[in-house]
Design a protein around this ligand. Structure first.
Ligand code: ASP
Length: 345
């Protein structure tokens, strides 16, 4: 007989557990124990659930790299005792956190499922119950005693996604996330359908390594028509800056003006890593496809290919934290590390 899966539910904050402040009317984080009382259904799931909460649950807009480390340590400390992990998190920055945790956990062989909701769990029309219950079911899903999922995922509004492929696309709809360049790993309807072809399967189980050094000396520059030299110059000369995500137009295109290219070139010479990511919701960067990206390629800008901005930022912080030699950085960034980019072999 296979044993009942043990799931650890980690509450970090977010709308799912919020209540209205009676004075201001604004939503604020709430006590987790009270939250669980709103969902007696979880006691009927075929798994054992333990819960742990951030001492002070936060709105995910307050998440930072230290909080990512706290989440990673909770999972690391409990890794052997549990079969799967469900992280309750605000939706605003969930894609960033899910991406970061995916890079931080090397050789992951158990499910880490992020979820949250658009309406608080106590709300009559809440989407929280379904998101939470199905996430727990997914984290408990096993095949012959082995977890079906061995990666960091995000479950929201009937869809299971690879976490580092997601982006938040709507601040009001229940369908708040999408995975623009990679299909969902599963869908929940009358049946819970997991797409085993797409789900990452480790061939050999290696010891888990949790990488906690994240370097946040980074910036995101979203270019726009009319962007000035002063703006680019001041960002690139920020003290301690080590990496930049450059959000470009279309398939990775940017102004060809001399001052722009020269500023990027100087920054790269100083050792700042510059990654080209598209502003488009889907599709990839193909440097050299248009004249407006040829120079970027020539000066050594890194291609983000079809990575999301959220995932690119997390990958940049992770690789900078790992102290990859400067001349190998481009090579490592352009490789697929956790399924976050499409690599044509
Ligand atoms: N502001 C909230 C948060 O990200 C929104 C949500 O939970 O959906 O924490």
């Amino acid at each position: 007989m296979t044993k009942t899966p043990n799931i650890l539910l980690i509450y970090t904050g977010g709308t799912i557990g919020m209540v209205k402040d009676y004075k201001t009317g604004a939503l604020r984080s709430f006590d987790f124990e009270k939250l669980v009382k709103h969902i007696p259904e979880i006691n009927h799931l075929k798994c054992t659930i333990n819960t742990i909460s951030f001492e002070e649950p936060i709105d995910s807009s307050n998440m930072n790299t230290d909080d990512w480390v706290v989440i990673s340590e909770i999972i690391e400390d409990n890794y052997e005792k549990f079969d799967g992990f469900v992280v309750l998190h605000g939706s605003d920055t969930m894609s960033y956190t899910a991406s970061a945790i995916s890079f931080m956990f090397e050789n992951l062989s158990k499910p880490i499922i992020f979820t949250g909701s658009q309406l608080p769990i106590g709300d009559l029309r809440t989407d929280a119950k379904e998101n939470l219950i199905t996430s727990i079911e997914i984290a408990s899903a096993q095949d012959n005693g082995n977890p079906i999922i061995s990666e960091v995922c995000l479950y929201f509004e009937y869809k299971l996604y690879r976490g580092n492929r997601t982006t938040k696309i709507n601040s009001e709809h229940f369908e708040a996330f999408t995975s623009p360049n990679f299909p969902p790993l599963g869908e929940s309807g009358v049946h819970l359908k997991l797409n085993k072809q797409l789900i990452y399967k480790p061939t050999i189980i290696k010891p888990l390594k949790v990488r906690k050094r994240l370097d946040n000396n980074v910036a995101i520059i979203k270019i726009f028509p009319g962007i000035t030299k002063v703006v680019i110059e001041s960002i690139l000369s920020s003290k301690g800056l080590k990496g930049v995500i450059l959000e470009t137009f279309g398939s990775g295109n940017a102004p060809t003006e001399k001052w722009f290219i020269n500023l990027l070139k100087e920054a790269i010479k100083k050792g700042i890593q510059i990654v080209n990511v598209t502003q488009c919701i889907s599709g990839s960067v193909i440097m050299g496809h248009y004249e407006t990206s040829v120079e970027l390629e020539n000066i050594g800008v890194i291609s983000g290919n079809d990575i999301t901005t959220e995932s690119a930022l997390a990958k940049l912080m992770y690789l900078l934290g790992e102290n990859i030699p400067k001349n190998k950085f481009k090579y490592f960034f352009e490789r697929q590390l956790r399924g976050e980019i499409t690599v044509i072999e």
